[in-house]
Design a protein around this ligand. Sequence first.
Ligand code: XMP
Length: 516
Amino acid sequence: MNNNTFQGARLLILDFGSQYTQLIARRVRELNVYCEIHPFNHLPEDIDSFAAVILSGSPYSVRSAEALHPDLSAIKGKKPLLAVCYGAQYLAHFGGGEVAPSNIREYGRTHLSYINPTNDPLFEGISQGSQVWMSHSDTIKQLPERGICLASTADVANAAYRIEGEDTYAIQFHPEVSHSVDGTKLLSNFLFKIAHITPNWTPDNFVEMTVANLKEQVGSEKVILGLSGGVDSTVAAVLLHKAIGNQLHCIFVNNGLLRKNEFANVLKQYEGMGLNVKGVDASERFLTALAGKTDPEEKRKTIGRVFIEVFDDEAHKITDAKWLGQGTIYPDVIESLSVKGPSATIKSHHNVGGLPDYMKLKVVEPLRMLFKDEVRRVGRTLGIDPELLGRHPFPGPGLAIRILGDITPEKVAVLQEVDAIFIDALKEEKLYDKVWQAGAILLPINSVGVMGDERTYEKVVALRAVESVDGMTADWVDLPYKFLQKVSNTIINKVKGVNRVVYDISSKPPATIEWE
Ligand code: XMP
């Protein structure tokens, strides 16, 4: 995928496994500087073409036998280098200084009690007392050779230092975490005052470059792409369409487990965007295959298998297709290259399965360099409807994993009604954009109720709304009681077969967002 590499200035982030590495990358990208994350032990071949380097933090200690050792021979002293946390300790410990266990494990907010008055560019515009965020249990007792202390806190004498005669900087605190109030300022000082990088990573430049690359990569060949109604596949399709027009053949499958009216509405939207798209209503095929299945993983596998069959049937109708377009984004790429190796969870969550190997299609992934927020920004630049770009994530298996137990067309219809009432009300009350993901779950139990003089024995539904950044952790949303009351009344009055509504107040972990 080398033709996917950004041709403007590039910064390299060497990852030592810190949970904050992606956050560093996002902060740098927010400053319109393109950066790539590479594992500390797999330096890119074209390392010379990177303008500067940042070393990330790590869960390891430089003093332990498990310490991670990068090869910095092409970097240190040769390019601007900013070492964060573990990186700072690494440069000290193996550069003639000393790292020792701290008396206390430092975690949380603290303040810079001293900033070297030599006006070093790294601290330009940052005043003494600035709040920084620490997370470490080792401390730099003695600086490495030629080390000059740049800042201290009450507990950490060497909170920041530089190496004399080099553009090598090291900081113990985390500038990428928002609790470091001048963190972005410090990063921008490093990028622009020390490394002199031109900030040219913008959505416009990305679109221009990607469209040109796609034209060259694909030439006059045909591309097939599965649209899901989600942000990633839509933006990938629009980019490809801009590059190769109707050589792009999109397939949008209705698995019968989408939201109410979703298939028809989204298909119309796609057509309105000029995409060459075929809508395939395979609801019956999916629901027949799912009949009687209750185990969540079995449901997922069945949906994945039938999706591939349906997609495969359709793809074969497009003669001479050579490429499969996919909406893979950067976090998936990083995950597959991670210091700790690929994680199983991400894979089972993939929306659209790959095609069988025998189709031998080459893969084209126009978004593989982008974080999710960047996909949305690019989508805006491409003129995609903001409502579509702001949609909540929706799982590939759709309502199948929100109907606990076996799935029938009747249950799907009930859940679609409930879900639509909830989602429409969120939109009406302007709460939709404050929530990361919301939906309803049909529980496999009936409960007793009264309707007039009659006793009822009907279904229970749960409502779920969460706040999250990436779905890995999530908090339930404190929706107003009045709102919940109104939604509950509407559901019970309007949806036949439901007599009870509950609200899920569990966070992830230990609960998950979906119930299955
Ligand atoms: P959990 O339930 O694991 O969900 O907390 C985290 C995020 O992943 C979505 N999810 C899925 N997405 N296929 C998908 O495409 C799946 O099988 C699947 N299971 C969960 C979920 O909606 C949430 O956004």
